[in-house]
Write a protein that binds this ligand. Sequence first.
Ligand code: SF4
Length: 259
Amino acid sequence: MIPSIPAKQFMTKTKLGEFACNPYVGCTHGCVYCYAKHFEKRFPLSSWGTYVYERKFPNTLIPKGTGRSSLMFSPMTDPYQPVEATTLATRKILESIVESQLQISILTKSDLVLRDLDLFLQMNSVEVGFSIGMDDPASTWFEPGASTPRSRVKALQKLHEQGIRTYVFFAPLLPGISDIDTLFDLVKDHVDYLMVDRLNIKDAIDQQALFQIACRLGPEVENLWQQVFLQHNDTWYQETLNHLKKRAEQSKIELRYSP
Ligand code: SF4
């Protein structure tokens, strides 16, 4: 049992006109670069990554008139928290909307999502995405509570093999740490499309910790981080994006990104 927080409705409309569902408050994946904490005002920022509450909804009735609207899991936390293995909070919501016409979109850093394959196979419209911005060793320092990137790739592969629409969000790309060729080669055969984003260092939960970890990786990484984030030199990101664009084009995979 984990503590719970009452919530009014399980689907809420976002500013973009789509719907979002956040089954949890907080996130124990504890990514050092996380900026979701800015959306959660009830708890001290310093405690982000250490707590998770289950949101208790009065029901999971789909509001009238939503038709084939998009429903995103979950912009403010990861829907597959480690505790999801026992609470089944996300699974119960998915069970209740399994026959709906909603276009369900899930983004996670957990291989636990594979557990719900039986539900995805029954849905009218669903896609599952994995955020993967770095490989295994770096991930243990920057996103200590999440599944390892390699286990995310295994789950991605299994979902894709079963005919589920899948994507990978290369995010956040970390200068000198994210090897785009390695990441691309790991996932290229298991995705319908790709997305990419840089590190939003301005809103990161702990900029100092981010820099400290990066500097421990050697002078080359340290110099690069100083160039990119202190001197605002965008060369590394531009070169990495251009290279990724080429690789995606060669492999005929759609790449979505903000210029
Ligand atoms: S998984 Fe997402 S919400 Fe959770 S700590 Fe990491 S970046 Fe933040």
